[in-house]
Design a protein around this ligand. Structure first.
Ligand code: ADP
Length: 264
């Protein structure tokens, strides 16, 4: 039995009393070294879930437990050592004047000593194939390279959970494939739990388990092919035919058997 690394226990959240509930009584668990995709229509609460996982937000009801610790104001600095997040727009994530400064920044904040920092910069930039750009200014990189550096900066903290929140959305198909290959390799090496919030079908198919959000609730959670078998219901919650049709194609390419009758 794998170790539970993330647990949402009856979590409800809203952005203030005058706002509607964004998450309603959500419960789910994510395990060590598991690859999860979170999908759902725009506004269904996916990004909010990511922000709750590293204490950028706190739920009004319920509890979130990360690696055995409840997420509270007192625990967020420990929690953030375990949870690394990469967002959609890499330009908003850069703070350093060179790639290596940027990777160092998160470590400096956490008081990691200098020799260890140098080792980790080397190690993580190699892991994402960006070591030769160590001294480059981040703004000179392509979108895909920027996202690889953003991943390296997060990996340098040695998180146990890596969350990609639409992190490939601004990349071309090749850039997406490239970054997902990199991340999947590192996930295997480090036994990370990988949580991908995405619209990209290739990424959904690669997940072991898909969590489908609808109107702030968990609509379903299952293996990609089982989710896909519910074509008509998916359409009703705003994940429409082009999405499903393309997903079918991706499943076929990945050699995952699908029930043809369920596609009609
Ligand atoms: P998703 O990632 O699935 O698109 P989000 O978690 O970003 O969904 O948003 C869920 C809901 O919360 C949406 O209705 C959105 O408008 C609302 N929301 C998100 N951020 C804020 C905010 N800072 N203040 C108020 N409402 C917000």
């Amino acid at each position: 039995m794998r170790h539970k690394i993330v647990e949402f226990r009856h979590v409800s959240f809203r952005y203030g009393e005058e706002h509607p509930w964004v998450l309603k009584n959500c419960s789910f668990a994510i395990y060590e070294n598991e690859a999860i995709a979170i999908i759902g229509h725009n506004g269904s609460g996916k990004s909010t879930i990511a922000k709750l996982m590293n204490g950028l937000l706190f739920p009004q009801e319920g509890e979130i437990v990360i690696n055995g610790r409840s997420v509270t104001q007192d625990s967020i600095w420990d929690i953030r050592k375990d949870v690394g997040m990469v967002f959609q727009n890499p330009d908003n994530q850069f703070v350093g004047t060179t790639v290596q400064d940027d990777v160092a920044f998160g470590m400096e904040n956490r008081g990691i000593e200098r020799d260890e920092m140098v080792r980790r910069i080397d190690n993580t930039l190699s892991a994402v194939g960006m070591q030769e750009y160590r001294l480059t200014e981040p703004h000179k990189l392509s979108g895909g390279q920027k996202q690889r550096v953003a991943v390296a900066s997060v990996l340098a903290i040695f998180p146990q959970i890596l969350i990609l929140d639409e992190a490939t959305a601004m990349l071309d198909p090749r850039g997406r494939t490239d970054i997902m290959k990199t991340v999947t390799r590192v996930q295997d090496q480090r036994h990370l739990s990988l949580i991908t919030i995405t619209h990209d079908l290739q990424e959904v198919v690669q997940a072991e388990r898909v969590i489908v959000m609808n109107e702030g609730a968990i609509w379903d959670e299952a293996a990609p092919r089982d989710i896909f078998a519910k074509k008509a219901e998916l359409r009703r919650i705003g994940l429409d035919i082009p999405f499903v049709a393309a997903l079918s194609e991706e499943l076929r390419k990945a050699g995952i058997p699908i029930n043809r009758e369920a596609l009609n």
